[in-house]
Ligand binder design. Structure first.
Ligand code: AMP
Length: 113
């Protein structure tokens, strides 16, 4: 499997991992666009939101829970943060392994798209 995020999950390439459990891992984005920029990903290879099976939807809730915990750890829970999941080409997804961005630490753009 040449998926770069699967290689991070398998520790085949280095990353700055800040959290992991049985279902997800979180690590710092290699090209941060905000002072706090973490990625929360499922360990299982799911290419995008579109590929999420109905039975897998609780995974998204778990990813949000982990993101909220990490926001507190990063000290941005009170100042505010943004969770983003890009899906597919026109949704701006570059890495085809489901991931949630946690962004904060500065005033983010008001623009959504
Ligand atoms: P997206 O456009 O939603 O697919 O975002 C993919 C994100 O993955 C980008 O913000 C990249 O900077 C980030 N990224 C790509 N490769 C790595 C890597 N090896 N370690 C950490 N972050 C990465």
């Amino acid at each position: 499997m040449d998926c770069i995020f699967c290689q991070i999950v398998d520790c085949k390439i280095p990353s700055d991992i800040v959290y992991q459990d049985e279902e997800v891992i979180a690590f710092r984005d290699i090209n941060p666009v905000a002072p706090a920029h973490l990625l929360i990903i499922p360990k299982k290879h799911i290419p995008s939101l579109t590929h999420l099976a109905e039975a897998e939807t609780p995974l998204i809730g778990h990813m949000v829970k982990v993101a909220n915990q990490l926001a507190r750890k990063e000290g941005i829970a009170e100042s505010g943060y943004r969770l983003v999941i890009n899906s597919g080409e026109q949704g701006g997804q570059l890495v085809p392994h489901l991931h949630m961005h946690l962004l904060g630490g500065r005033r983010l753009s008001d623009a959504i798209g």
